[in-house]
Design a binder for this molecule. Structure first.
Ligand SMILES: Cc1ncc(COP(=O)(O)O)c(C=O)c1O
Ligand SMILES: Nc1c(O)cccc1C(=O)C[C@H](N)C(=O)O
Length: 393
């Protein structure tokens, strides 16, 4: 399971932030160089045909599909996750005319909330965004709800929704579902087909290690793809893009969810990154992440009993990260980074650590605990340099 050699990680660094940005896969460096030289450089514009650039979104979609329990031909790649959330919501609303509620979790990732607010404004049809605590969502699933939009694994606490149960309940009242898999894909087993999910989207720069700015993926249940008229109708989602027709006609199935030009170099990196998952049992990977998370949590809490654990204990109800709240959280994370243990901070007071067993083992966690002990016992966090927040945390 440990495939550390597949990654180009700096010596001495314990990387606990793969839930925000995965590290560099060694093969990605060569793949991007090849795409630049042998394809872009040598083929020039012929690369679209000869190097298969135009087919990359679907080819990569088919590589991601088994990681998220989707059938071949149902996932496409490109654009950003924010755009994909907008697209999925718009598709769901168009399939439920007359229903006015988008139901979501309060504290969902801001972009998902903003996308819903923007879409509601743009449509101007009186939709409302109802954002509730997770515990209140089941009771709020009524026949007013057009779509239940949830991030399967919460970006802060790491708490995981029960996709199968909530999707079934949404369908029970005639609502559709849109799942944000940003913190799921490549970290834990996702079963979109088995759960009968309607739409899903995720990013590839976290657990899938596609690199900063790597494109998003988008899933639509096949019966929905055939009847949805995408609100973001781009030329590459047209049935015949190179006819350059003045009016939009949707392409078949997932093709219609393409919008604009695919990011060819990013896709070359992602393609190479996905090689690492060949033969990986995602359920076993997640089980390992849970063990590492527990080891880290127990060790950190022993060093600093004031930490308040935010991540649920039940392995079935969490993703592959552990999060704590502490009033000095920002300074602690910065001091830990200075010691070579990279985690991150989420406002207002959350220390967040991603557990990625492709390149982390128990020895790394023990080293992280030792360095955290140095930070706490030496009060290394109490440094004026850590009183001002960085632009990107
Ligand atoms: C849960 C979740 N949704 C959406 C996003 C937004 O993704 P992007 O910036 O790629 O559009 C992120 C991360 O940035 C995220 O963690
Ligand atoms: N996408 C990011 C970026 O462009 C810069 C900094 C961080 C990110 C992130 O992905 C944040 C991430 N979604 C999170 O869970 O906090």
């Amino acid at each position: 399971m440990l495939r550390r050699d597949a990654f180009d990680l700096p010596e001495g660094v314990i990387y606990l932030d793969g839930n925000s940005l995965g590290p560099l896969p060694r093969r990605a460096e060569a793949a991007v160089a090849r795409a630049m030289q042998a394809e872009w450089g040598a083929m020039l514009i012929r690369g679209w045909n000869e190097a298969g650039w135009m087919d990359q979104p679907d080819r990569l979609g088919d590589r991601i599909a088994p990681l998220i329990g989707a059938a071949p031909g149902t996932v496409t790649v490109g654009e950003t996750l924010s755009i994909r959330v907008f697209q999925g919501l718009a598709a769901a609303l168009s399939l439920r005319p007359g229903r006015k509620v988008i139901l979501t979790e309060a504290g969902n990732f801001p972009s998902d909330l903003y996308m819903a607010q923007g879409l509601i404004d743009a449509l101007g049809q009186g939709h409302v965004l109802r954002a509730l605590p997770a515990t209140e969502i089941p009771a709020a699933l009524t026949d007013e709800v057009a779509v239940l939009m949830l991030t399967e694994v919460d970006y802060r606490s790491g708490a995981r929704h029960d996709m199968a149960a909530l999707t079934a309940q949404a369908h029970g009242v005639g609502a559709l579902t849109l799942w944000d898999l940003a913190h799921s894909a490549g970290a834990l087993p996702v079963a979109l087909t088995r759960c009968n999910a309607d739409f899903a989207a995720g990013c590839t720069y976290k657990y899938l290690n596609g690199g900063p700015g790597a494109p998003a993926f988008f899933y639509a249940r096949p019966d929905h793809s055939e009847i949805t008229r995408p609100i973001l109708a781009g030329w590459l989602g047209h049935a015949a893009p190179f006819d350059f027709a003045p009016d939009y006609a949707p392409g078949p199935g997932r093709a219609r969810f393409r919008i604009g030009t695919p990011p060819v170099l990013q896709m070359a990196a992602l393609d190479a990154a996905l090689d690492i998952f060949d033969g990986v049992d995602i359920a076993a990977l997640h089980a390992r992440a849970i063990v590492l998370a527990d080891r880290l949590a127990t060790g950190f809490e022993a060093v600093c009993p004031d930490l308040r654990r935010l991540t649920p204990m039940d392995p079935a109800r969490r993703g592959s990260q552990i999060a704590f709240a502490h009033p000095n959280g920002y300074a602690m994370v910065q001091a830990l980074i200075a010691q070579g243990v990279i985690g991150d901070f989420r406002a207002p007071d959350i220390l967040r650590f991603g557990l990625t067993p492709l390149y982390l083992d128990a020895g790394d966690i023990d080293t992280a605990i030792e360095r955290f002990a140095q930070v706490i016992e030496g009060r290394l966090w109490d440094d004026p340099a850590y009183r001002t927040r960085n632009k990107v945390t």
